[in-house]
Design a binder for this molecule. Structure first.
Ligand code: FES
Ligand code: FES
Length: 178
């Protein structure tokens, strides 16, 4: 079936199989491979992206279900001159990553979390990110990064960001493409 999804501000149209998952659409059709696949069973959160502004595990959704929607991946967070999104800066500053495999999904989940709650407590950050698994960091520095990003205040919208609210490659995302 024919599907059009706006990915990071650019419409992407393709004929795809009815059963194609959105994460495969993003990676294989749109060619944006920073979004990782860790499980394919809605467990790990590595595939987290924003769909119409909400964070979703993109292995949970069919590409067909996203027809007509807007998607933002970690590649779409960068500012107009390629500067990192404040959340990415915070992850780097607080050493919120080691192997980086979980990082694109973790960053997207964290961006969504701060949109919903711009000043979360540590407990709220831990709770908000519980759907995203990390096998390396022990989560402490990830939590610190999100709290630091919250303290830094709201980000400017990136070029791919739909809507009024927010933020901007993704050296924190593209470096771990699979
Ligand atoms: S790949 Fe989607 S949740 Fe693990
Ligand atoms: S940094 Fe390796 S899985 Fe999170």
């Amino acid at each position: 079936m024919k599907v059009t999804v706006t990915v990071n501000g650019e419409p992407v149209t393709a004929d795809v199989a009815d059963r194609m998952l959105l994460v495969h659409y993003v990676r294989d059709v749109a060619g944006l491979t920073a979004t990782n696949i860790g499980c394919d069973t809605t467990s790990c959160g590595a595939c987290t992206i924003l769909l119409d502004g909400e964070s979703v595990k993109s292995c949970t959704i069919l590409a067909a279900q996203a027809d007509g929607s807007e998607v933002v991946t970690v590649e779409g967070l960068a500012g107009p001159d390629g500067e990192l999104h404040p959340m990415q800066i915070a992850f780097r500053a607080e050493h919120g990553l080691q192997c980086g495999f979980c990082t694109p999904g973790m960053v997207m989940a964290a961006v969504s979390l701060l949109r919903e709650n711009p000043a979360p407590t540590e407990e709220q950050v831990r709770s908000g990110l519980e759907g995203n698994l990390c096998r390396c960091t022990g989560y402490h520095n990830i939590v610190r990064a999100v709290l630091a990003a919250a303290e830094a205040g709201p980000a400017e919208p990136g070029p791919a960001e739909p809507g009024p609210a927010e933020p901007g490659p993704a050296e924190l995302g593209t470096g771990v493409a699979r």
